[in-house]
Design a protein around this ligand. Structure first.
Ligand SMILES: C[S@@+](CC[C@H](N)C(=O)[O-])C[C@H]1O[C@@H](n2cnc3c(N)ncnc32)[C@H](O)[C@@H]1O
Length: 289
C-alpha cells in the first residue's frame, strides 16, 4: 500500500514538474504548436546542402572534445517539433552517434516519435534539459531558437555542453520582400504582438551575442528549400504559422479567405497552378567559450 502511495506521489510530482516546465514556453507555442500532422504537412524540410553542412559540423564535433566517458549524447536537438530536421540529419550521421531529440509539446512529440522511431526522445524545454553538465557534444535547434532565445536557455545549453561544444541553429526564412508574400505579412502582422518571437527580426542574434558563454564561428546564408504547390498548399503553409494556427476556427477561416484573395490579386500567383514560396536558409554556428 505504502509503495502504491509513494508511486502516486512520484507520478503527481513528475506531472507538476512537466506543467511548471511547459508554463515557461510562450503562449503561442502552447496554442500554435499543437497539431503535429498539420504542421508536418505544411512546413518545408531542409535542403540537402544545409543538412550535409551541419552533419559535417556534428561529425567533426563527435570526434573532438572529451572522451566518450562523460558524454551522454553526441547531439541533443532542442525544439525538434515533429522531426522535420531530425529525420533528415540522422540519415547523414554515423549509425553509432548518440542522438537525442527533445520537444516540449505533446502533439508534436507524438508525430516526432512516429516519424523517427529509432531516435531517443525526451519531453523538455530548452530552459530545463534533463541531462548532466558537460555531457553533450553538440546542441542543435532547427527553426526554433527564436522561441527560447534567453539568458536562461543559453545558460542551460552551456551547462550541458562539453567545453568547446557546438550550438548550431538553422532557419528556413521566407523572402518577405516578394510582393505577394509581403501582403501575407500584412495579415500576419495583425496577430503578432510585440512579445511574439520572430526569427526574422534577429533578436535571437542579439541575445546570443550578448551572452558571454558562446562565440560565433560562422553565420551563413545558403540557397533556400524548393517549396511549392497549388494555392491550397500555400494557404495551408501560412496557416501553420503559430499566430494563425492558434486562432479559433471561424477566425482562421476568415484569414484563409483573405490569403486566397491575395493570391488571386497578384499577377505572379493569380493564374498559377504551382506557386513557389521563396525561401533562404540561415545557419548560425557557435561554440561554448
Ligand atoms: C517552428 S517549430 C520548429 C520545429 C522543428 N524543429 C522543425 O524544424 O520543424 C518551433 C518549435 O520550438 C519548440 N519550442 C518553443 N518553445 C520552446 C522552448 N522554450 N524550449 C524548447 N522548444 C521550444 C516548439 O514546441 C516547436 O516545436
Amino acid at each position: 500500500m505504502q509503495t502504491v502511495t509513494n508511486l502516486c506521489r512520484k507520478v503527481g510530482f513528475i506531472r507538476e514538474i512537466k506543467r511548471m516546465s511547459l508554463n515557461s514556453v510562450h503562449t503561442k507555442t502552447r496554442t500554435g504548436f499543437v497539431d503535429g500532422g498539420k504542421y508536418s504537412q505544411g512546413r518545408p524540410s531542409y535542403t540537402e546542402e544545409a543538412v550535409s553542412y551541419i552533419a559535417n559540423l556534428l561529425i567533426d564535433g563527435k570526434l573532438s572534445g572529451p572522451g566518450k566517458g562523460n558524454v551522454s549524447y553526441d547531439v541533443v536537438e532542442l525544439g525538434a517539433g515533429t522531426g522535420k530536421f531530425t529525420e533528415k540529419i540522422i540519415t547523414k550521421l554515423p549509425q553509432d552517434i548518440k542522438y537525442l531529440a527533445t520537444e516540449p509539446m505533446d502533439g508534436f512529440l507524438g508525430t516526432l516519435k512516429d516519424l523517427c522511431p529509432s531516435v531517443d526522445t525526451k519531453q523538455c524545454t530548452a530552459n530545463n534539459i534533463p541531462l548532466p553538465e558537460n555531457s553533450v557534444r553538440n546542441v542543435i535547434a532547427a527553426q526554433c531558437f527564436h522561441w527560447f532565445a534567453s539568458v536562461e536557455s543559453l545558460s542551460e545549453i552551456s551547462r550541458v555542453l562539453v567545453p568547446g561544444g557546438r550550438f548550431v541553429m538553422i532557419w528556413n526564412n521566407k523572402d518577405w520582400s516578394v510582393p505577394w508574400v509581403k501582403d501575407f505579412e500584412v495579415i500576419l502582422s495583425n496577430y503578432y504582438t510585440s512579445d511574439t518571437p520572430r526569427a526574422i527580426n534577429r533578436t535571437w542574434k542579439t541575445v546570443i551575442e550578448n551572452f558571454p558563454g558562446f562565440l560565433c564561428k560562422e553565420h551563413t546564408f545558403k540557397t533556400g528549400i524548393d517549396f511549392q504547390g497549388n494555392k491550397d498548399f500555400v494557404v495551408s503553409h501560412f496557416c501553420t504559422i503559430s499566430v494563425i494556427a492558434s486562432l479559433p476556427d471561424d477566425e482562421k477561416e476568415a484569414v484563409r479567405q483573405k490569403m486566397y484573395k491575395i493570391l488571386d490579386s497578384h499577377e505572379e500567383t493569380r493564374e498559377k497552378d504551382i506557386i513557389k514560396i521563396p525561401f533562404e536558409t540561415e545557419i548560425y554556428h557557435s561554440v561554448k567559450a
